[in-house]
Design a protein around this ligand. Structure first.
Ligand code: BGC
Length: 490
């Protein structure tokens, strides 16, 4: 890990030392954000392979459902521990571990000979995705200059949405014009296996890049490597007064003490309020139903007259909306702030979901065979896409930005990991319950439920979320907040 040293030496004259190189900051941000690409790719790539997997291993609907969902359980566990490991071993090493797990899971699941083996590799892939989902916001939050932190952190979401889009394209290309994932391709290996195997490519790039980026100053300070930390602060974060910034980091970490679960204790139902806020943000991002919309988009478009064979085009449209609208967040997040964007997002998602809920209450049929009389079909489509537009421009990226920066240094690893784990747990629950609930109470009620969570998320952000736009991570206001908590707890 001599790279921090060489970065310091490269920075040259003292007048340049305080000027971070924009290219360098962007480069290391992209390296960390690449974990997002794998997050998006590896969670979505199964979509194109699922029917062939079911046939190959002769799986019933529960078994195939579990094969798909087990990744999300891995994600929750990976996220939970990632933060603690990142505090103990460093952000870089943990990124490298994730890369190795990504590679192993892609090869293992692509070549699996039995369903239990496939499930095991998908679980391991989940661990990697969970880890990547925590490391990117933690690392980017720590190295980015405060005034650019929101935009740079949003690159993670851009990478997630690109990953989802690439998985869709790659699956389609490998399935060929007849859409047959069971056909034999190179070396007599079926297309669905290649779909999973190609995940190796971004995973290798991620692993190589993780070796080239500097360690975060917060981690270096935690380990007492103050000279290295100062070099990274000077070279990358662009702090106006690097020494003072370093002192603040030292202060905030109180390095003589190790952070532990005890630090999370507080007066709000036994935990620090900031942890509840992180968990709440993570939960709401899933409870508004984004993954149900992605999962159900084919049926949605079919219900308004598109044929199932058009489903590729329609999924591409939703996916492209998801990618493009992320730029809105990148542009606005540091200008208008996190809270304002999130509030707009909650409002917009609510309107879209209410439109969809009203339309679906007019549906005929059930399950995948619903039809919507006009004009409700068109209104449902507008509502659902409006929802994706607002999610992609606000809650999609900004939730991850917020998780990367609301926790004080001392508990960032722990807090971020736990909050992200809840994001995956709620993702799992929504994915699992959506088809069951739609069958039981109808899509109208389910969308009304999502709309209810959208409006609740408005209240949550308005009443509880602190604005941290432009503040350094070790800003005194956050510190006093924690100190007060510790005084009360202790
Ligand atoms: C969410 C994922 C979701 C994706 C959609 C992410 O921020 O955490 O659950 O699938 O956005 O773009």
């Amino acid at each position: 890990m001599s790279d921090e040293r060489s970065h310091g030496q490269e920075s040259g004259t003292s007048s340049r030392e305080h000027q971070p190189s924009k290219g360098k900051v962007l480069g290391i941000t992209i390296a960390a954000a690449l974990g997002g690409l794998l997050f998006g790719f590896d969670t979505s790539v199964i979509n194109g392979a699922v029917d062939s997997i079911q046939k190959t291993f002769d799986l019933g609907s529960a078994a195939i459902g579990f094969t798909v969902a087990i990744t999300l359980i891995g994600c929750a566990i990976g996220a939970w521990f990632a933060g603690q490991l990142a505090d103990a071993w460093g952000r870089k090493i943990v990124m490298l571990i994730a890369a190795v797990l990504f590679i192993a899971s892609s090869i293992g699941s692509g070549l699996a000979f039995a369903d239990w083996e496939l499930m095991s590799w998908r679980f391991i892939g989940g661990l990697a995705i969970g880890i990547a989902s925590v490391i990117a916001p933690a690392y980017i939050g720590e190295v980015a200059p405060a005034r650019l932190r929101g935009a740079l952190s949003s690159l993670q979401q851009l990478a997630i949405t690109l990953g989802i889009f690439l998985a869709l394209l790659s699956d389609a290309a490998l399935a060929g014009s007849k859409g047959d994932a069971g056909r034999e391709l190179w070396f007599g290996v079926e297309a669905w296996r290649w779909m999973l195997l190609v995940g190796v490519i971004p995973a290798v790039v991620y692993g190589i890049l993780s070796l080239t980026i500097p360690e975060s100053p917060q981690y270096l300070v935690r380990k007492g490597r103050l000279d290295d930390a100062l070099r990274v602060v000077k070279d990358v974060t662009g702090a106006a007064n690097p020494q003072q910034r370093l002192d603040e980091i030292k202060d905030s970490l109180e390095i003589e003490k190790k952070s532990s679960y005890r630090d999370l204790r507080g007066k709000a139902l036994g935990l620090q309020p900031i942890l509840w806020i992180g968990i709440g943000m993570a939960a709401f991002q899933q409870l508004v139903g984004i993954n149900a919309i992605f999962y159900y988009s084919t049926t949605l478009w079919k219900s308004v007259g598109f044929s199932p064979s058009d489903s590729f085009v329609t999924s591409v449209i939703t996916s492209v909306i998801n990618v493009v609208l992320t730029f809105v967040a990148i542009f606005f997040v540091d200008r208008v702030g996190r809270k304002a964007l999130l509030l707009w997002g909650s409002g917009g998602m609510f309107v879209g979901l209410v439109l969809a809920a009203i339309s679906f209450s007019q549906a005929h049929g059930s399950g995948a065979n619903i039809t919507l009389p006009q004009p409700w079909g068109v209104i449902a489509l507008i509502g659902a896409n409006l929802f994706v537009v607002f999610f992609a421009a606000t809650w999609g990226p900004v939730m991850w930005v917020v998780l990367g920066e609301i926790f004080p240094n001392r508990i960032r690893g722990l807090g971020l990991g736990i909050a992200a784990a809840f994001n995956w747990i709620f993702n799992f629950l929504v994915t699992l319950l959506f088809p069951v609930m739609s069958e039981a109470v109808g899509l109208g009620f389910v969308y009304a439920g999502f709309a209810f969570f959208a409006i609740l998320s408005f209240w949550f952000v308005f009443a509880l979320l602190p604005e941290v736009k432009g503040l350094e991570l070790e800003d005194k206001t956050k510190l006093t907040h924690v100190r007060r908590e510790k005084a009360v707890a202790g």
